[in-house]
Design a protein. Sequence first.
Length: 369
Amino acid sequence: MSERLFATTTPGLEEALVEECRGLVLQPKVLPGGVELEGPAGLHRTLNLQLRSAGRVLLRVGEFHAAHGRALAEGLEKVPLGHFAPAGVPAVVSCSIKESRLARKDLLEQAVRRAFRLQTLTAGEEEEVPRIYVRLAQDHCTVSVDTSGALLHRRGYRQEVSRAPLRESLAAGLLLLAGYDGKAPFWDPFCGSGTFVIEAALLARGWPPGMHRHFAFERFPGFTDAERSAWERERGRARLGVHLAHPPLHGTDIHAGALGAARRNARRAEVMDALHLERKDVAVLAPPAGMRHGVLVTNPPYGIRVGEQQQLRPLYAAFGQTLRKAFHGWTVGVLAPEGPLLGAVGLSWERTYAVQNGGIRCTFAVGRP
């Protein structure tokens, strides 16, 4: 039996997610905010384990035509949701409606809870309960269940953050957009709590991002002993693919406290031995002699207000001077808020991507000094 799935991602990272899926020998269909996939039974387990830039993996469990209210109710009744969320349990129900006359979101949610006999939530239950997604587009209804549970950026290692924290999945996606494949030297000159350099190390060592966590599908009532055994075998095979070889991986920052957080996060991720973490000013950075090529990806400090951005312009200008002087020939990716700061770096960017980081509209620019 095949599976139909939708893997979500941060808008702007779709290209990175597509390349990840193709690397798993899959043929994704790109949609805003993610990709649709089809593959063999159990594919949802592989995607949760392996995808670095995804947010959730949704399993399609029912699709039907619903031209009127009775058809909607009858269609919902026929969806085999009991394999994933048995009647009587509390659940998160997320509904979306596009160009449909049938219902408002609140009425659609009521119909879903009534059809599947799902309870509403009490405080503190959101992480462990099933999540059901229902999309009504014109006369077509799609029902999906979340197979991930906690968002996939929660790898388990990032328990401390510094200024301008970066989600792990966003960091991984930006590395992929910059063309980082884990083989070249890597540098983050504003490393903060270490998310970019840790994700680079996990990629370089072939460490699956979902190895150290659990997923919602492990709690499905229909998760049989045979499926559990298959899942353990898959995790075991993935662990065999992890290797200790890696290129030089550098993270530097002027703030000692941020570097302390980076070291502790790296130890939890089991990659501290792969990293060179040092306190250095961006104005005096230079790679070791002989390291003529590599990938530099970074998330410099933000200035949200106009006046704050003006105060940061000298820092961005000094960063640009360092890039032109010491990192000629490297591929450079910079995540910065929309506004004048990227221009202060003084590079001609080859390509740019619009993304959001923590609700802040940003541009990720890639180029060469």
